[in-house]
Design a binder for this molecule. Structure first.
Ligand code: NDP
Ligand code: GDP
Length: 323
């Protein structure tokens, strides 16, 4: 019998790539679909898998709907990717972020405990937990110091998962994933904002790109690589937590330079610094050490930043020229 997986956040970047990966592995894939006034399934359509997944109505802030979803699909594996995931928005909507990103995880953990305690559970933790980083290179043992309501909500979700593992024996794993991007990344995140602008500028549809702190540094990987690590974590004998990263950091400025150079332009001619995009509290520099994931999961990031930027610019050139 095929294994069954339930993905929350299936309409998001990682949800779509994970669904595709699990379908390729022969899983029956279910997804929790939050009701919105306009369709949110464009990423599943983009990957050509919308008809291959089963969507169940539900919301992470509504535990009753999660219980119903678990009863309906009786999953072997649950991937909790649903969240208000944009750091900047978390200052404007801290309570919503706490409810969806923090309490949402506890709602699903508690539902799992009551409905299907033997199911394996993956929690989408984040390098934002390290925030004001206490070590130059962050690993599973680096102390946390979140810097945004998003980071604080994720910290609650992270420790709730560990607590349910230690208190109730739930097979819960946290993947502490560093930033990962793709052509399916939300347009508000800096990499996609840059590649979309590069495409528009190249095609004569935009004149400038307004950005905030371009000296911030991130360890950027490709979402398609990272979802494979999520699955691998749930295939281990024991549940554990893992840092997933490339082990290389670059600034937003470096990333801009790469994207503009790829289409033969100089970023300095187009990028305008706009304080509107500064953060209330910045995470200056993130750099992950993926040694444990490499050793235990036999996982390694496959896509370089240069390859990722090219992939994203190409996809945006295609999209913008079709519009
Ligand atoms: P996205 O923002 O692309 O996707 C978030 C998903 O969560 C969407 O499907 C969204 O649905 C859903 N969602 C939001 N609120 C609710 C709710 N109340 N109930 C049910 N579903 C909800 O994020 P990513 O795919 O990039 O990231 C996946 C997860 O990994 C997130 O938890 C994120 O915080 C975390 N993460 C991401 C990193 C990254 O670099 N991408 C790094 C580390 C962690 P809808 O489409 O309807 O809005
Ligand atoms: P995050 O790491 O989850 O916050 O991912 P983002 O892609 O949103 O931001 C990465 C870094 O880029 C942060 O340090 C931001 O301050 C910085 N940045 C600079 N300009 C911008 C901008 O215009 N938009 C966004 N989203 N981030 C920006």
């Amino acid at each position: 019998m095929a294994k069954k997986a339930l993905i929350t956040g299936i309409t998001g970047q990682d949800g779509a790539y994970l669904a595709q990966h699990l379908l390729n592995l022969g899983y029956d894939v279910y997804g929790l679909l939050a009701r919105r006034s306009t369709p949110t399934t464009w990423r599943l359509e983009y990957l050509g898998i919308l008809d291959n997944v089963r969507l169940i109505d539900g919301d992470l802030t509504d535990m009753a709907s999660i219980v119903r979803a678990l009863l309906e699909c009786t999953p072997d594996e649950i991937y909790n990717l649903g969240a208000q995931s944009f750091v900047a928005t978390s200052w404007a909507q801290p309570i919503l972020t706490a409810n969806a990103t923090g309490m949402g995880a506890l709602n699903i953990l508690e539902a799992v405990r009551q409905v299907c305690p033997d199911a394996k559970f993956y929690q989408a933790s984040t390098s934002e937990l390290f925030g004001k980083a206490q070590e130059t290179i962050q690993s599973e043992t680096t102390p946390f110091y979140p810097r945004s309501p998003y980071g604080v909500a994720k910290l609650f979700a992270h420790w709730s998962t560990i607590n349910y593992r230690e208190s109730f024996g739930i097979f819960g794993c946290c993947g502490i994933l560093f930033n990962h991007e793709s052509p399916l990344r939300g347009i508000e995140f800096v990499t996609r904002k840059v590649t979309d602008a590069v495409a528009r500028i190249k095609l004569g549809k935009q004149n400038e790109l307004r950005l905030g702190n371009i000296d911030a540094m991130r360890d950027w990987g490709f979402s398609g690589d990272y979802v494979k690590a999520m699955h691998l974590m749930l295939q281990q004998e024991k549940p554990d937590d893992y840092v997933i990263a490339t082990g290389r950091t670059a600034s937003v400025r470096d990333m801009c330079k790469l994207a503009f150079e790829y289409v033969g332009l100089d970023y300095q001619d187009y990028v305008v610094i706009d304080p509107k995009f500064y953060r209330q509290a910045e995470v200056d520099r993130l750099l992950g050490n993926p040694a444990k994931a490499e050793r235990v999961l036999n996982w390694k990031a496959q896509t370089t930043l240069e390859e990722l930027v090219k992939m994203m610019v190409d996809a945006d050139l295609e999209r913008v020229s079709r519009q």
